[in-house]
Design a protein around this ligand. Structure first.
Ligand SMILES: Nc1nc2c(ncn2[C@@H]2O[C@H](COP(=O)(O)OP(=O)(O)OP(=O)(O)O)[C@@H](O)[C@H]2O)c(=O)[nH]1
Ligand SMILES: [Mg+2]
Length: 142
């Protein structure tokens, strides 16, 4: 989704990667979140090792759209079984939604055809970037 912090997250992950020379290269596509670009998402997702959905956890107004867009994407038969990581970003902001709230708002428990994880993170304050990187490394194609 637009403005969720995808580019900021990729920048933080990339910095971490450079500081730890033992971590192999992760290939990451940072897709544009604006509505006019959403129709191309599925093309980039075919054949990937994981789908990472970044959400602004302090902007609850976007949750219903995020839920609809995410489920529409995951309904594509080509994307079946690809692991999903939902990142509730911006947890440094006051009154951000918890992981439980995000799981409910995005109906993540109804997704049964793949592995689903959800973390509360902050790209800005580097919170839970370590577990995000570990998740990605574990699912990365070798
Ligand atoms: N407080 C806070 N702000 C953040 C965080 N991550 C990103 N931002 C801010 O959110 C805004 C959008 O960040 P981007 O990284 O450009 O978001 P994006 O998802 O790449 O946006 P699009 O490419 O337009 O879809 C910027 O002003 C960032 O500084 C965070 O963890 N906490
Ligand atoms: Mg961006």
């Amino acid at each position: 989704m637009q403005n969720a912090g995808k580019t900021s997250l990729v920048n933080v992950l990339t910095d971490n990667r450079f500081s730890e020379s033992m971590i192999p290269t992760l290939k990451v596509w940072d897709l544009a979140g604006q509505p006019r670009f959403r129709s191309i998402w599925e093309r980039y997702c075919v054949g990937v090792s994981a789908i990472v959905w970044v959400l602004d956890s302090a902007d609850r107004d976007t949750f219903p759209t995020a839920r609809a867009e995410l489920h529409a994407l995951l309904d594509k038969p080509e994307l079946r079984a690809i692991p999903l990581l939902v990142l509730a970003n911006k947890n440094d902001l006051d009154d951000h939604a918890t992981v439980d709230e995000v799981i409910k708002a995005l109906a993540l428990s109804t997704i049964t055809n793949r592995e689903v994880s959800c973390y509360s993170i902050s790209a800005k304050s580097s919170r839970n970037i370590d577990i995000t990187l570990a998740w990605l490394m574990k699912r990365a194609a070798h």
